[in-house]
Ligand binder design. Structure first.
Ligand code: SAH
Length: 259
């Protein structure tokens, strides 16, 4: 007896960026339009949800608004079962899927079952926050590195000494509620207390709020989160536009000469 080959669908794991539709890539928008099933997280804006095709099955699998119905295991199971029925599943995540977004477990499960998977990047919160602050995250002479970390990571203290002297920008995802503790950790490890620090909440959205000061101001609680939305803490001299470059002086010189 001939066995019928299994009709395997495919999964697209796509980043939705930080919020509104305009931050979504065209590739992700196309995937959404072609989807049979869309599994989407919290923080996916209504302007993006409005693009979901009405024929597509839509599953909100986020953990906000009192909805804790979907565990990570259940999300993976739903993704797999729809793909095994030959459907195109779009798994839509806030920001970029490779940054603090449970990508490892989802990829493992899909690879194990040899389900075709594609990943589409999205604009991650760090980049939106930098744009919101109108600041670079790197500076040619003083800030050649970016250290991206989880503000809740249990081993932050282990790295505090290295962070305190890190010649670049420290980026703490999930750090909004712990800004004071993180700043305290950095100051105690010897970071200069006037090191610029910024907390950006709801970056990329109309209700974005930025708090820019020094690491000491965050440590002292003079600044703290102001909204219930997601926030990202960034620490480093590039944030305040501090730099040792001679570019500005040279440009002013040229400009003055041209006048
Ligand atoms: N994959 C996401 C990150 C998910 S982890 C990305 O690439 O952006 C969730 C954390 O991301 C939040 O705790 C917060 O630190 C950050 N974040 C997500 N959206 C944000 C936003 N609009 N503004 C500021 N921080 C945000």
């Amino acid at each position: 007896m001939m066995s019928t080959p299994a009709v395997r669908g495919r999964v697209t794991i796509a980043g939705a960026g930080p919020g509104q539709l305009e931050h979504l890539t065209l590739a992700t928008l196309r995937a959404i339009h072609e989807a049979d099933v869309i599994l989407y997280d919290a923080l996916i804006d209504d302007s993006i949800i409005a693009e979901f095709p009405t024929r597509a099955e839509q599953l909100f699998v986020g953990k906000r608004c009192g909805n804790h119905a979907y565990t990570q295991t259940m999300i993976i199971a739903a993704m797999i079962s729809h793909a095994m029925q030959g459907k195109h599943v779009v798994r839509l995540k806030g920001g970029d899927p490779a940054i603090f977004a449970h990508l490892t477990s989802e990829l493992e499960a899909l690879r194990e079952l040899q389900i075709e998977v594609r990943i589409l990047p999205g604009v991650t919160a760090m980049l939106t926050a930098a744009a919101c602050l109108k600041t670079p995250l790197t500076a040619r002479k003083t800030n050649r590195h970016i250290w991206v970390t989880d503000g809740h990571s249990p081993d932050l203290a282990t790295h505090a000494a290295a962070m305190a002297v890190f010649p670049g920008t420290l980026v703490f995802y999930m750090g909004a509620g712990r800004a004071a503790q993180i700043a305290q950790l950095l100051c105690a490890a010897g970071m200069r207390t006037d090191m610029p620090a910024a907390l950006v909440e709801n970056a990329g959205n109309s209700d974005a709020v930025t708090s820019v000061a020094t690491v000491a101001a965050f440590r002292n609680g003079e600044l703290a989160r102001r909204t219930a939305g997601p926030g990202i803490l960034m620490v480093g001299s590039a944030i305040a536009g501090e730099s040792n470059t001679d570019d500005l002086g040279a440009a002013k010189h040229v400009f003055a000469a041209e006048l």
